[in-house]
Design a protein around this ligand. Structure first.
Ligand SMILES: O=c1[nH]cnc2c1ncn2[C@@H]1O[C@H](CO)[C@@H](O)[C@H]1O
Ligand SMILES: [Zn+2]
Length: 354
């Protein structure tokens, strides 16, 4: 049922979704000998276990192995093509896939060719998926690493490629000690260019990070944003009471790109059953469901949704609602969003009886 439902994905890292077998093959072909194992199944398990660390910093260390095999145009195009195919096979009809161009220049590839190689992969994957009867639209988001100082340059790249498959910009990496305002110049530039951006905030750090992302930087959406619950108290009658920031997030319909399994691995949440996403959904925040890193979490959109059904009491109507939320929040022109909502998402859920 969930697999057949049309799904929209706003928060998925390209370097966090490489097929284990592809990591092994590319490592072998390129002479990268740093993998913990060259057995694809064992490698998949290794990523899940190693990422299950309870800390974002240690979780992020696992990316060194995928990034190591994403350094040439051929490698990047292959990984991007497979990403589009894997998402389409899972019933994802719209996806935004993010990656940090600055991580893929170790072998001298210029930033613009990194972007073009990934875009070529998405186009190839889309064409194959359409031919296979599982059409998907994939938009790229360009990420700058928050500990580095390339924000402005990557923002430039996002603007340069905005009519060629790049939907927007993001910052990612360790959050504690690296507040969003470090990249304020990039965000101010993007706003002047009428461009879109999301910011990883409220994952490994709390309300100040979310507040800066929204009120200093002007983020259109929040990556995770799960710690916004720190601003929701319980009143005398047991009913939730929203603080000013939480109220702002809900009033302004700020999209929350929530990623349950990833949060459990990094220690941002305890379990799917108790993940704040369900409370925030019930309070009608603009919640979306996402994968974050399919490889590190051994997950998919269908799996994340099924977990919410099985462990947090969600039903098909909830899944339809978060899917429409995601489409409304997509970095895609309004008319194209409507087209997907009216002609793909709504009929797809209607066919399932929602
Ligand atoms: O959940 C996350 N929080 C913060 N940073 C992340 C997360 N997942 C991945 N990355 C970082 O984003 C880079 C570009 O895709 C990855 O290489 C990883 O370092
Ligand atoms: Zn992320």
């Amino acid at each position: 049922m969930v697999r057949r439902a049309p799904k929209a994905l706003l928060h998925d890292h390209l370097d966090g979704g490489v097929r284990p077998a592809t990591v092994v093959e590319l490592a072998e072909a390129s002479g990268y000998d740093g993998l913990p194992t060259t057995d694809a199944a064992a490698l998949g398990t290794w990523f899940r276990d190693a990422a299950d660390s309870g800390s974002l910093e240690r979780y992020l260390e696992t990316f060194s192995h995928t990034v190591a095999v994403m350094q040439t145009e051929e490698q990047l195009t292959r990984v991007a093509r497979e990403c589009a195919l894997d998402l389409a096979a899972d019933g994802v009809v719209y996806a935004e896939s993010r990656f940090a161009p600055e991580l893929h220049i170790e072998r001298g590839l210029p930033l613009d060719r990194v972007v073009e190689a990934v875009l070529a992969g998405f186009r190839a994957g889309e064409a194959e998926a359409a031919a296979a009867g599982t059409p998907i639209r994939v938009v790229a988001l360009l990420t700058a690493m928050r500990h580095a100082a390339n924000g402005r340059e990557i923002a430039d790249l996002a603007v340069t490629y905005r009519d060629r498959g790049v939907g927007g910009f993001d910052i990612a990496g360790a959050e504690a000690g690296f507040p969003p305002t470090r990249h304020l110049d990039a965000f101010e530039y993007l706003r002047r260019e009428n461009a879109h951006f999301t910011i990883h905030a409220g994952e490994a750090f709390g309300l100040p990070s979310i507040w800066e992302a929204l009120q200093w930087c002007g983020a259109d959406r929040l990556g995770h944003g799960v710690r916004i619950v720190d601003d929701v108290a319980t009143g005398g009658d047991g009913a939730p009471v929203l603080g000013r920031l939480a109220a702002y997030v809900r009033d302004c319909r700020v999209p929350l790109e929530m990623c349950p399994s990833s949060n459990i691995q990094t220690g941002a949440a305890e379990s799917v059953a108790t993940h704040p996403i369900t409370m925030l959904k019930d309070l009608r925040f603009r919640v979306t469901v996402n994968t974050d890193n399919r490889l590190m979490s051994g997950t998919s959109m269908s799996r994340e949704m099924q977990l919410l059904v099985d462990e947090a009491g969600w039903d098909l109507e909830d899944l339809r609602w978060v899917t429409i939320n995601a489409m409304k929040s997509a970095f895609l022109p309004f008319d194209e969003r409507l087209e997907l909502i009216d002609h793909v998402v709504k009929p797809g859920y209607a066919a399932l009886g929602a």
